[in-house]
Design a protein around this ligand. Structure first.
Ligand SMILES: Cc1cc2nc3c(=O)[nH]c(=O)nc-3n(C[C@H](O)[C@H](O)[C@H](O)COP(=O)(O)O)c2cc1C
Length: 727
């Protein structure tokens, strides 16, 4: 079944039960404090647990005129019904060691009474109880569909507790807490259903019936209570309650309710008249009550408290996610129908974020006077005036289409477009998955099978919804079509608090129009090589990310100056002691691995930056730096930093030299022995640079892995041995 059916059920059930679930959770939070408060005010005496029944009963009988019954309550305190020597009938807590009165039971606090009634029946008696049972049942299904969604998202059971790709706060913590509170929430829901069914007498009653023969009630041989075998061998910790004989008549007896059975004992001889184990339903019923209420266990009460809080959080974060998704789908700026528009934008998206990019692009096109229509890939159709088709799509599962794109291939094969169409495909995906943006490349190949479709750009892949990469693609598309486009800043970027940095040094441009910029942080912020530095130039406030090298506590960036690049031009004009504003974005997935295993670092162009900081890392590991540039002159700028590391080996490739033209993947291929031995010995391969380079490098690594090690590269990717930060 598709992911969206589960998501749909999860959402519909959550919405339909939200009011009652909210009430049940809030009252659940209040009620979780009851066992905690009871245990604080309990009269339990820890040392009395190992007392035998004979010792306890003897002490009670010595201190009171008559003992009618006693029970050990949920908090292990002894509550007895007695008649005192003064002739008073009392129900009191007693210290079993001394027989002294400790206190009297207090009435349940009004807040707990109120919360209990609301929690159990919403003050609606039987109808309310029915609703509460139903909501508990829905909660079970919500939890199960939630598990399925996490399984789908994480890519299977083995990765269930693996790293979660963080997109935004509510999405991330919905999954984090979902995994954490899954079991307690399921327990609360299942026991809630059980207790409700019990109330409605749907389940068999946990009753015990004793078979007693009259001959059992003999009065001889008469023993004292201290000598009753069963009393001598039973400890108080295994006792739930004891009912004393009503009178000295031969047919009256002791009724012992122990933790696993009920026993009837002759009051004169101590002989066991009857004993019956509790039926299984009694066991389930008692555990359901304990697990649902937390009575007698402070730790479990705290878990129940946190679980109730988590349900409220799930309600908030779930709705926040839905709202965000809906917002991304809607675009109120577009006015043209599919048959009026020249520019058709089709989107493949599961959770809605791809729509955000498609809509930004559509709005930019619309602002430059074009007729634009945005729809889903599943709604692919014939378009009367269309000249351009632009496809934005995410990838899911193992390189599969999102749900709203599943029908596209079939529709495409059955519909022949009215006019020839120029097209471009943009893939949104994540390098955390082995099949990076695979569905986008599949679509591109599909379109190429029909001569009515003419590609105007290669398929373009965007990692982790990078806005910078998206902007670069818009600029490529704009150049290709000669349509000037201005993409508006996504609103999230406007609130960011920036840090101050002082320029320490900037090198001159080299022959590749690249320069190094050394910055020093004004405030204390922890960072590592591989983290990212984000700039938001005043002109457009659009985020630009640069990979950081940490050199003696400073930040070193390698920047390529683009002719019309707002940010790179601004950075290329900075002078020592000038101040710049930016913010460090942690990128823990691309930090130097703390494994003391050999590391192969592969990069091209400015992608070398993080490695300049990592090369002299104080580790026992060997470093192998592969780098691809245009000419020998290109590497000169980095030479000093590379020379700092004594234990690293270098392999450079130059694509524009007169002889020996080669790319970084060619050099890598020549070192296939090294690559396979590093992979085989749990070493790490790090790749930083352009996505085009990454694609070639991955192909070479895949080939080496398959031919020399007999396994696919994804085997090592799953073991986190291949780290990538490409753009
Ligand atoms: C369960 C799951 C599976 C994914 N599988 C892939 C994949 O195979 N390849 C890929 O490049 N990205 C994969 N991604 C990443 C998404 O394609 C990416 O986050 C995308 O931006 C989501 O867009 P959407 O919000 O429009 O659905 C996956 C994400 C999830 C949650």
């Amino acid at each position: 079944m598709t992911i969206s059916i589960w998501r749909y059920s999860h959402l519909v059930l959550a919405i339909s039960s939200s009011l009652f679930l909210g009430i049940a959770s809030i009252t659940g939070i209040i009620l979780a404090f009851e066992p905690i408060s009871d245990s604080i005010h309990s009269y339990a005496i820890e040392e009395s647990k190992t007392l035998t029944l004979s010792e306890t009963i003897t002490t009670l009988k010595e201190n009171y005129e008559e003992v009618i019954s006693f029970e050990i309550d949920a908090n292990d305190a002894l509550l007895a019904s007695v008649i005192t020597y003064e002739g008073k009938s009392e129900t009191i807590y007693i210290n079993p060691l001394t027989g002294k009165k400790l206190g009297t039971p207090t009435e349940k606090a009004a807040i707990f009474k109120f919360a209990t009634n609301l929690h159990r029946s919403l003050f609606l008696k039987s109808i309310g109880r029915f609703f509460v049972g139903l909501i508990s049942f829905l909660l079970i299904i919500i939890a199960i569909t939630g598990i399925l969604l996490i399984l789908k998202r994480q890519g299977g059971i083995r990765k269930f507790f693996g790293k979660i790709e963080k997109e935004y706060f509510s999405q991330y913590y919905h999954i984090v807490f979902g995994r954490l509170f899954l079991i307690p929430v399921l327990i609360v829901a299942i026991t809630g259903v059980y207790l409700s069914l019990e109330r409605f007498s749907v389940l068999p009653k946990p009753k015990i019936s004793h078979q007693i023969e009259d001959v059992s009630f003999t009065a001889s041989p008469k023993l004292t209570i201290q000598d009753f075998e069963i009393f001598k061998t039973t400890q108080l910790k295994n006792v739930r309650a004891v009912e004393f004989p009503f009178s000295e008549a031969e047919e009256d007896y002791f009724l012992l309710k122990l933790s696993d059975k009920e026993v009837i004992v002759n009051q004169f001889t101590g002989a066991i008249i009857s004993q019956q184990s509790y039926p299984f339903v009694a066991f389930v019923s008692s555990w359901s009550s304990i697990l649902h209420t937390g009575q007698g266990n402070v730790l479990w009460s705290i878990i129940l408290l946190l679980s109730s809080c988590s349900i409220l959080f799930f309600m908030y974060s779930g709705f926040a996610m839905t709202l965000k998704r809906r917002k991304n789908l809607m675009n109120s700026n577009l006015r043209y129908s599919k048959d009026e528009s020249e520019y058709i934008i089709l989107v493949g998206s599961e959770t809605g974020s791809t729509f955000k990019f498609a809509n930004l692009f559509a709005n930019a096109l619309s602002a430059s006077g074009k007729t634009v229509f945005v729809s889903e890939l599943n709604k692919y159709s014939l378009y009367k005036k269309a000249k351009h088709l632009i496809i934005f799509t995410a990838t899911y599962g193992v390189g599969e289409p999102p749900t709203n794109a599943k029908k596209f291939t079939q529709l495409f094969n059955t519909l022949t477009p009215i006019h020839p169409l120029q097209y471009a495909v943009v893939g949104l995906g994540s390098l955390a998955y082995p099949d990076f943006c695979k569905y986008a490349t599949d679509i591109d190949q599909l379109l190429q099978t029909n001569s009515k479709f003419e590609p105007i750009l290669d398929p373009y892949k965007i990692n982790n919804q990078s806005f910078t990469a998206f902007k670069n693609w818009v600029s490529d598309w704009s150049q290709q079509t000669q349509i000037p486009l201005e993409v508006k800043t996504p609103p999230e970027n406007k609130k960011i608090q920036l840090d101050q940095f002082t320029v320490i040094n900037r090198t001159e441009l080299n022959s590749d129009d690249t320069f190094l910029l050394r910055l020093r942080l004004q405030s204390k912020v922890l960072f590592e090589s591989g983290d990212l530095l984000a700039f938001y130039p005043k002109e457009d406030s659009i985020e630009r990310l640069y990979s950081i090298a940490k050199i003696d506590g400073d930040i070193l960036l390698s920047v390529k100056k683009h002719e019309f690049g707002v940010c790179s031009n601004y950075l290329s004009q900075l002078h020592p002691n000038e101040q710049v504003e930016a913010i460090i974005q942690p990128n823990p997935d691309f930090h130097y691995p703390e494994r003391n295993k050999d590391v192969i670092m592969i990069s091209n162009g400015t992608g070398i930056a993080p490695f300049l900081g990592m090369l002299d890392h104080h580790s026992k590991a060997n470093h192998h730096l592969f780098w691809g540039g245009r000419t020998q002159d290109s590497i000169t700028m980095y030479a000093d930093f590379i020379a700092r590391s004594r234990k690293s080996k270098h392999y450079f490739a130059y694509s524009q030299e007169e002889k020996d033209k080669e790319y970084v993947q060619d050099v890598l291929q020549k070192q296939s022995q090294l690559v396979s031995s590093v992979l085989n010995n749990n070493g790490i391969i790090m790749i930083c640079g352009s996505v085009a380079m990454q694609k070639e490098v991955i192909a070479v690594l895949e080939e080496i892995s398959e031919t020399q090690l007999g396994v696919s590269l994804s085997h090592f990717q799953q073991k986190n041995q291949v780290l990538m930060d490409c753009y």
